[in-house]
Design a protein around this ligand. Structure first.
Ligand SMILES: [Fe+2]
Length: 169
Protein backbone atom coordinates (compact mmCIF):
# COMPACT_ATOMS: atom_id res chain seq x y z
CA UNK A 1 0.00 0.00 0.00
CA UNK A 2 1.49 3.37 -0.97
CA UNK A 3 1.76 5.91 1.83
CA UNK A 4 0.97 9.50 0.89
CA UNK A 5 1.57 12.91 2.46
CA UNK A 6 -2.16 13.03 3.26
CA UNK A 7 -1.88 9.67 5.06
CA UNK A 8 1.09 10.91 7.09
CA UNK A 9 -0.65 14.16 8.01
CA UNK A 10 -3.81 12.31 9.11
CA UNK A 11 -1.83 9.82 11.22
CA UNK A 12 0.19 12.55 12.93
CA UNK A 13 -2.88 14.67 13.58
CA UNK A 14 -4.67 11.72 15.20
CA UNK A 15 -1.75 11.28 17.58
CA UNK A 16 -1.44 14.96 18.44
CA UNK A 17 -5.16 15.27 19.12
CA UNK A 18 -5.34 12.14 21.27
CA UNK A 19 -2.05 12.24 23.22
CA UNK A 20 0.26 14.89 24.57
CA UNK A 21 3.82 14.97 23.27
CA UNK A 22 6.29 13.52 24.13
CA UNK A 23 4.01 10.56 24.97
CA UNK A 24 2.97 10.11 21.35
CA UNK A 25 6.45 10.64 19.91
CA UNK A 26 7.18 6.94 19.27
CA UNK A 27 3.99 6.69 17.23
CA UNK A 28 4.88 9.76 15.17
CA UNK A 29 8.36 8.29 14.57
CA UNK A 30 6.72 5.06 13.40
CA UNK A 31 4.66 6.87 10.76
CA UNK A 32 7.65 8.96 9.64
CA UNK A 33 9.58 5.68 9.17
CA UNK A 34 6.69 4.37 7.15
CA UNK A 35 6.85 7.42 4.85
CA UNK A 36 10.63 7.05 4.47
CA UNK A 37 10.23 3.46 3.29
CA UNK A 38 8.00 4.60 0.43
CA UNK A 39 10.18 5.64 -2.52
CA UNK A 40 7.25 7.34 -4.24
CA UNK A 41 6.64 9.43 -1.11
CA UNK A 42 10.29 10.52 -1.16
CA UNK A 43 10.45 11.32 -4.88
CA UNK A 44 7.17 13.25 -4.76
CA UNK A 45 7.79 15.21 -1.57
CA UNK A 46 11.57 15.61 -1.37
CA UNK A 47 12.64 16.46 -4.93
CA UNK A 48 15.99 18.03 -5.84
CA UNK A 49 16.07 21.79 -5.34
CA UNK A 50 16.96 24.13 -8.17
CA UNK A 51 20.07 26.25 -7.76
CA UNK A 52 19.39 29.07 -5.30
CA UNK A 53 16.13 27.51 -4.17
CA UNK A 54 15.39 27.22 -0.43
CA UNK A 55 16.39 23.76 0.87
CA UNK A 56 13.37 23.95 3.18
CA UNK A 57 9.83 23.39 1.97
CA UNK A 58 6.76 23.35 4.19
CA UNK A 59 4.75 20.48 2.77
CA UNK A 60 1.86 20.87 5.20
CA UNK A 61 0.99 23.19 8.10
CA UNK A 62 -1.93 22.28 10.32
CA UNK A 63 -4.10 25.31 11.03
CA UNK A 64 -5.76 23.69 14.05
CA UNK A 65 -2.81 22.30 16.02
CA UNK A 66 0.14 24.09 14.39
CA UNK A 67 2.27 21.08 13.49
CA UNK A 68 4.20 21.12 10.21
CA UNK A 69 5.55 18.50 7.84
CA UNK A 70 8.67 19.84 6.12
CA UNK A 71 11.05 18.65 3.45
CA UNK A 72 14.70 19.67 3.68
CA UNK A 73 16.90 18.87 0.69
CA UNK A 74 20.56 19.95 0.80
CA UNK A 75 22.69 19.57 -2.30
CA UNK A 76 25.96 20.42 -0.55
CA UNK A 77 27.56 20.13 2.85
CA UNK A 78 25.46 21.69 5.61
CA UNK A 79 26.85 22.28 9.08
CA UNK A 80 24.48 23.22 11.90
CA UNK A 81 25.62 24.68 15.22
CA UNK A 82 24.12 23.47 18.54
CA UNK A 83 20.51 24.63 18.79
CA UNK A 84 17.18 23.83 20.36
CA UNK A 85 13.76 24.33 18.82
CA UNK A 86 12.48 26.87 21.34
CA UNK A 87 9.07 25.82 22.58
CA UNK A 88 8.63 23.18 19.88
CA UNK A 89 9.52 19.51 19.55
CA UNK A 90 10.75 18.03 16.27
CA UNK A 91 11.08 14.66 14.57
CA UNK A 92 13.92 14.22 12.09
CA UNK A 93 13.67 11.51 9.46
CA UNK A 94 16.62 10.77 7.18
CA UNK A 95 15.32 9.97 3.70
CA UNK A 96 18.67 9.73 1.91
CA UNK A 97 22.32 10.48 2.58
CA UNK A 98 23.75 10.63 6.09
CA UNK A 99 23.69 13.10 8.97
CA UNK A 100 26.29 13.03 11.71
CA UNK A 101 24.21 14.22 14.66
CA UNK A 102 25.54 15.38 18.01
CA UNK A 103 23.35 15.65 21.09
CA UNK A 104 24.50 18.21 23.66
CA UNK A 105 24.18 18.14 27.42
CA UNK A 106 23.03 21.33 29.14
CA UNK A 107 25.62 22.40 31.72
CA UNK A 108 24.17 25.74 32.76
CA UNK A 109 20.59 26.58 31.91
CA UNK A 110 20.06 30.30 31.23
CA UNK A 111 21.95 31.31 34.35
CA UNK A 112 24.06 34.08 32.81
CA UNK A 113 22.81 36.54 30.21
CA UNK A 114 20.09 34.11 29.19
CA UNK A 115 22.72 31.82 27.65
CA UNK A 116 22.45 28.05 27.79
CA UNK A 117 25.89 26.44 28.04
CA UNK A 118 26.27 22.97 26.56
CA UNK A 119 28.89 20.29 26.05
CA UNK A 120 28.83 17.39 23.55
CA UNK A 121 27.05 14.34 24.93
CA UNK A 122 26.97 11.81 22.10
CA UNK A 123 27.40 11.67 18.33
CA UNK A 124 25.67 9.22 16.03
CA UNK A 125 25.07 8.76 12.34
CA UNK A 126 21.56 8.95 10.96
CA UNK A 127 21.22 6.82 7.84
CA UNK A 128 18.40 6.50 5.35
CA UNK A 129 15.30 5.36 7.23
CA UNK A 130 16.50 6.53 10.67
CA UNK A 131 14.10 8.68 12.70
CA UNK A 132 14.79 10.64 15.86
CA UNK A 133 12.56 12.63 18.23
CA UNK A 134 13.92 15.80 19.85
CA UNK A 135 11.81 17.01 22.76
CA UNK A 136 11.28 20.63 23.81
CA UNK A 137 14.63 22.00 24.99
CA UNK A 138 16.78 19.19 23.56
CA UNK A 139 19.98 20.58 22.01
CA UNK A 140 21.53 19.01 18.93
CA UNK A 141 23.71 19.85 15.92
CA UNK A 142 23.66 18.19 12.50
CA UNK A 143 26.61 17.78 10.14
CA UNK A 144 25.64 16.80 6.61
CA UNK A 145 28.62 16.04 4.45
CA UNK A 146 26.87 14.87 1.30
CA UNK A 147 23.59 15.63 -0.42
CA UNK A 148 20.78 14.69 1.95
CA UNK A 149 17.00 14.55 1.99
CA UNK A 150 15.18 14.94 5.30
CA UNK A 151 11.60 14.76 6.42
CA UNK A 152 11.07 16.91 9.48
CA UNK A 153 7.94 17.14 11.60
CA UNK A 154 7.74 20.24 13.78
CA UNK A 155 5.36 20.79 16.70
CA UNK A 156 5.04 24.36 15.43
CA UNK A 157 6.45 26.04 12.32
CA UNK A 158 10.07 26.61 13.32
CA UNK A 159 10.28 29.64 11.03
CA UNK A 160 8.26 31.46 13.69
CA UNK A 161 9.85 30.05 16.85
CA UNK A 162 12.51 31.90 18.82
CA UNK A 163 15.50 29.67 19.53
CA UNK A 164 17.51 29.78 22.75
CA UNK A 165 20.90 31.42 22.92
CA UNK A 166 23.24 28.44 23.11
CA UNK A 167 26.97 28.37 23.61
CA UNK A 168 29.27 25.34 23.54
CA UNK A 169 31.93 25.01 26.25
FE1 LIG B 1 17.27 20.97 14.83
Amino acid sequence: MPYSLNDLVADIKDIILSEKLPDGSDKICYFVSKALMDQKFISENLPDRQKGENPREILYEDKETGFCVCGHVYSTEAIGSPHDHGSSWAVYGQASGETEMTDWEIIKDKSVNDIIYVKPFKTYTMKAGDVHFYGVGDVHSPLRKDPVRLLRIEGANLDNIKRSNIQAI
